[in-house]
Design a protein around this ligand. Structure first.
Ligand code: ADP
Ligand code: ZN
Length: 681
């Protein structure tokens, strides 16, 4: 019977795609909708029944079903009659027990009355006539029941599926398809050698010392606990991207020779509710089994962001659950269980304070962008495997890459090798490194990007304007190199400066920086009397800087010493100040920028001759280095004085006031970018 296609699909064995099951359910549903529940009894009319069967005396019994239709059973001995040929046997060639026919009726009462009339008539004709028995029957209507039932079955099936996905981590019978709750951590076990050691990490001596101590905790816990000390549960590596946080964690794994779980914060985050928390649980369960061991969570800010701030984004709940689970797990194991957690982030300011509480990540290891010496050491590490010319000046390379992180330096070394190979050189030379630095800073050189003569002139004066300002403003960054070779997607010219390594900026310094950034546009206005879209990038930076000075660093008299620093974007919808303050901020920002612009124009007008000379030289040579500029317009007036000063006053106490001392975030950052790009839209 067709009802059989109702059968539930088999339980998934191993890798059955869930979509198959959905598909089968769907097909089943459609089949049921389209195939009527055919009864094997043939449908006939009442008249046919009356004349051919009833009056012939062939009927054994009648069953009235649900007062809707009547099933007709033919006497078995009469079935041999040729007129019943069609219904006499089943498809399996046995005698059909019936019902053999059916017909519809309008009402049961009317049917019974009709039957009585016919039967008494028959009785009169033939007194031996045996009246046909009529039985009522209530039967369930499978068709309509199933059409209600099947959607419910489908909904329940989907629901069970999702529940299993969620609960996967706790175990349960599911095969591999239900593995969503398992942690995705990569395990580097004892036997497996991680071939990164501390020797591969250049500089970062303090950080290395700290993590080495952690390795020691794991190896000789007794030594520390004997004196009553508690071993820290975790350490947080904090620093900008590419500074070697992952590298140092890997080195720990290589050195410690204990199992090492590595996972990224974003691996915990899934679309499905509860998955993150169950992954955390699973990770710690595995770790406890393998103790002593190290867990490394990269980009922990993906889950560790402060909780409960954004009222408008509902999606936070899942992340909060994950974070809560992490906190619970960190509290859950004792310090003697031999599991230590390392985590890395470049945004410590957005982390939830509960994570930083003692007893969790109680150690914080700062990893900064490398200074001159650090860069030199990183260069040496990465140059080990590169065939370089013997006269390569590594010190000069380091001094030409201010603001580069370790990852950038690794990139430069690799690029240089590729560039030299393309030129079929036997060894990598200084000029290849120069090109590589340019490429890393400014993108690919566009040899055939066509710019008109007129545009080139504008770019040359624009860049010369920046360069002049940088040269003659005391606190601006001295220029390393200026180029009007188009690079990257949008940059038409670019200049590279040498920012001093410093963490605190005075108002005068920021103001000079602003003027220098305005130099390009001011030069265009002075020389051509018109301005172009080329300054868009500069203006963006200037605006950010001005807002930072007024509203974040409290450097404005009218606003006073207030800061509306908002690292977590809490105030997206509601500003923490009044309308008037907002207006005041806008006013002050505008007047600050206007003042700076006037000053820049005055300076450039005064140095107009140097400006011309630089711009003309640029048009001719396209690239000018510091030395060329010195030859053209003389030595920089402040340089000698400054270098001595900077060396003497390197602030050593920067950890004391780290958040404000190092304006890391994009909105507060006055200048870490050595690049000055000019875009055309
Ligand atoms: P992040 O801090 O973003 O985790 P990584 O550790 O992933 O940075 O560093 C990326 C790459 O940069 C490393 O694989 C390495 O090649 C290079 N690097 C970064 N810092 C250093 C360093 N101090 N010494 C040597 N190489 C480094
Ligand atoms: Zn510019």
């Amino acid at each position: 019977m067709e009802e059989n296609n109702q059968q539930k699909p088999d339980k998934p064995k191993g890798r059955i795609n869930m979509y198959w099951i959905y598909g089968m359910l769907l097909v089943g549903l459609i089949v049921i909708q389209f195939i009527p529940f055919t009864h094997s009894a043939r449908l006939i009319s009442f008249e046919e029944f009356e004349s051919n069967m009833l009056r012939a005396g062939d009927v054994e019994k009648l069953v009235v079903v649900n007062r809707e239709y009547v099933k007709v059973y033919i006497k078995p001995e009469r079935l041999s009659d040729p007129k019943y040929k069609e219904v006499a046997t089943t498809p399996f060639n046995t005698t059909n027990p019936g019902p053999h026919y059916r017909f519809k009726i309008l009402s049961a009462d009317g049917f019974e009355r009709k039957m009585e009339a016919i039967q008494s008539e028959l009785k009169q004709k033939d007194p031996t006539y045996q009246p046909v028995q009529i039985y009522p029957e209530e039967s369930m209507d499978w068709g309509s029941i199933l059409s209600v039932l099947i959607p419910i079955v489908i909904v329940v099936a989907i629901w069970i599926f999702i529940m299993r996905r969620m609960a996967g981590g706790i175990g349960g019978p599911g095969g591999q398809i239900f593995n969503f709750g398992k942690s995705k951590a990569t395990l580097f076990d004892k036997g497996q050698r991680v071939n990164v050691t501390f020797a591969d990490v250049a500089g970062l001596d303090e950080a290395k010392a700290e993590v080495m101590e952690i390795v020691d905790f794991l190896k000789n816990p007794k030594k520390y606990t004997a004196l009553g000390g508690k071993i820290p549960k975790g350490a947080l590596l904090i620093g900008p991207p590419g500074t070697g946080k992952t590298l140092i964690a890997k080195a720990v794994a290589g050195e410690a020779q204990v199992p090492f779980f590595s996972i990224s914060g974003s691996d915990f985050v899934e679309l499905f509710v509860g998955v993150g928390a169950s992954r955390v649980r699973d990770l710690f369960r595995q770790a406890r089994e393998k103790a002593p061991c190290i867990i490394f969570i990269d980009e922990i800010d993906a889950i560790g962001r402060a909780r409960g701030r954004n009222m408008f984004t509902g999606g936070n709940d899942e992340r909060e659950n994950t974070l809560n689970q992490l906190l619970v797990e960190m509290d859950g194991f004792g310090t003697d269980s031999g599991v230590i957690i390392l985590a890395a982030t470049n945004r410590p300011d957005v982390l939830d304070s509960a994570l930083l509480r003692p007893g969790r990540f109680d150690r914080q290891i700062a990893i900064d962008k490398p200074d001159l010496k650090g860069r030199e050491m990183i260069f040496r590490v990465h140059l080990k495997n590169i065939k370089v010319a013997p006269d390569l000046d590594i010190h000069r390379l380091a001094s030409q890459t201010p603001g580069f992180a370790g990852a950038d330096i690794a990139n430069v070394c690799n690029e240089a090798a590729l560039i030299a190979a393309r030129k079929n050189k036997k060894q990598v030379e200084m000029s290849d490194f120069q090109d590589a630095i340019d490429r890393v800073v400014g993108g690919l050189e566009k040899k055939n990007k066509i710019i008109s003569e007129e545009e080139k002139r504008i770019v040359a004066y624009h860049e010369a304007g920046h360069a002049i300002c940088g040269w003659f403003l005391e606190y601006a960054d001295p220029l390393v190199k200026v180029s009007i070779v188009p690079r990257g997607v949008a940059a038409l010219g670019y200049a590279q400066y040498l920012p001093k390594e410093q963490y605190l900026y005075t108002r005068e310094q920021l103001y000079d920086q602003m003027c220098m950034a305005l130099g390009g546009r001011a030069a265009e206005e002075i020389v051509f009397g018109k301005i172009s879209t080329g300054a868009q990038n500069d203006l963006e930076r200037i605006t950010k800087m001005a807002y930072a000075m007024v509203a974040i660093y409290g450097m404005n008299e009218r606003l006073g010493n207030v800061s509306f620093y908002d690292p977590q974007q809490e105030y997206t919808f509601q500003k923490p100040y009044s309308e008037e303050t907002a207006k005041l901020i806008d006013e002050e920002v505008r007047s600050l920028i206007n003042k700076a612009y006037e000053r820049t124009k005055n300076l450039l007008t005064e140095k107009r001759e140097s400006l011309e000379r630089l711009a003309q030289a640029l048009l001719q040579k396209e690239i000018l280095f510091q030395q060329d500029i010195e030859e053209l317009i003389g030595k920089r007036p402040y340089d000698i004085k400054h270098q001595a000063e900077a060396a003497a006053s390197m602030p050593q106490d920067r950890t004391v006031d780290s958040t404000n001392g190092q304006p890391e975030s994009s909105d507060g950052q006055p200048r870490m970018e050595p690049v000055d790009e000019h875009q055309r839209s």
